[in-house]
Design a protein around this ligand. Structure first.
Ligand code: UDP
Ligand code: MG
Length: 319
């Protein structure tokens, strides 16, 4: 099978039939072999009924329904798990992504050999203040921390080589950073393609402004995980030792100068009268905590599942 179209959705009853018709028109006119996987992320409207109807008439259509809303990342996770095509294309269900892009995305993966092509909504039809501006900031931060030169990390329209989606683990709200996850898993042929974007035709957006706060927190997590996920002690241990010795030095200085003054018969002041005493104390305590955090991190790492330690891409010879 050439193509798997993976579509996560939440309460998109008005769009589904129209979206399906459009996708199928494009796929058939290019004579692709394909499957379409709808993942209903706990809709409370008629979305699932519509998916069942479509699937009853077209055996290339498959549907999965969550028993409650788990989030777009979880929907993509199960979609990726089930997808069988050589190329996987994800798109939003709200008709904002244009199915006409599919053939070109497919070409980029198969003939150009890219691992991942991310859509870039260069001309965007969303509200300027609540989305376009924060999204520019957010993408700049993601570019900076990941080293990937993409303009639009969070675009719902993306194409993947099969191996990529089988080797990444989209969880939490990490759908915003799939290109980063792919890069961390060793798939570095990543590029973008300018895609057509439409204003939302029906319904309304499922993400509020909290997306940006969560988005930035996730960015920090992903940066940390990719850099120190397998060696937490290198971050926390270094920080801890640095802080501890800074505190120790300051304390020694305070103690030393007190002894010096005593020796020279100056009127002694209490070490606790010196504000630096408290600063050095706190610094030593925090340093010790950092150090312990590093140790705990290493312990947790040792006892966690072995499965994710590395990924083998090829083998040769008989084992
Ligand atoms: N979506 C989902 N689960 C959620 C939220 C959204 O599956 O918890 C789907 C939604 O139905 C749509 C896609 O994710 O197909 C993108 O969502 P939306 O259009 O609301 O995001 P926006 O375009 O505003 O960024
Ligand atoms: Mg949308």
């Amino acid at each position: 099978m050439q193509l798997s179209i993976v579509i996560p959705l939440l309460n998109e009853e008005e769009s589904l039939q129209e979206l399906y018709n459009w996708i199928v028109k494009v796929l058939r006119s290019n004579s692709f072999s394909y499957e379409i996987i709808f993942i209903d992320d706990g809709s409370t409207d008629n979305s699932w009924k519509i998916i069942q109807q479509i699937a009853a008439e077209d055996e290339a259509v498959k549907g999965i329904k969550f028993n409650r809303n788990y989030g777009k990342s979880q929907a993509l996770h199960v979609g990726f798990d089930k997808a069988q095509g050589d190329v996987i294309i994800t798109m939003d269900a709200d008709l904002q992504d244009n199915p006409e892009e599919i053939p070109e995305l497919y070409q980029l993966i198969t003939t150009e050999g890219y691992d991942l092509i991310s859509g870039w909504k260069k001309k965007r039809y969303d509200s300027v203040l609540s989305k376009n501006l924060p999204s520019k900031l957010f993408n700049a931060a993601a570019r900076k921390t990941s080293g990937l030169k993409l303009h639009d990390f969070n675009c719902g329209l993306k194409a993947y080589k099969k191996a990529v989606i089988k080797n990444i683990d989209v969880y939490g709200e990490m759908h915003r950073y799939i290109p980063v996850l792919a890069k961390n898993a060793g798939y570095s042929k990543i590029n973008e393609k300018v895609v057509q974007h439409q204003a939302r035709k029906y319904g309304k957006t499922k993400f509020g402004v909290e997306r940006f706060i969560n988005g930035f927190l996730d960015l920090i997590t992903i940066w940390f995980l990719s850099k120190f996920g397998k060696r937490p002690m290198h971050l926390f241990g270094a920080l801890g030792i640095l802080m501890f010795f800074f505190g120790l030095l300051a304390a020694a200085w305070i103690g030393g100068s007190k002894l010096y003054k005593l020796y020279h018969g100056e009127a002694s002041i209490l070490v606790t009268d010196n504000p630096w005493f408290y600063i050095s104390l706190v610094t030593m305590i925090i340093g010790t905590l950092f150090f312990l955090t590093g140790f705990l991190g290493e312990l947790i790492l040792r006892s966690s599942r072995e499965k994710d330690r590395y990924r083998i891409s090829q083998t040769t010879g008989q084992f």
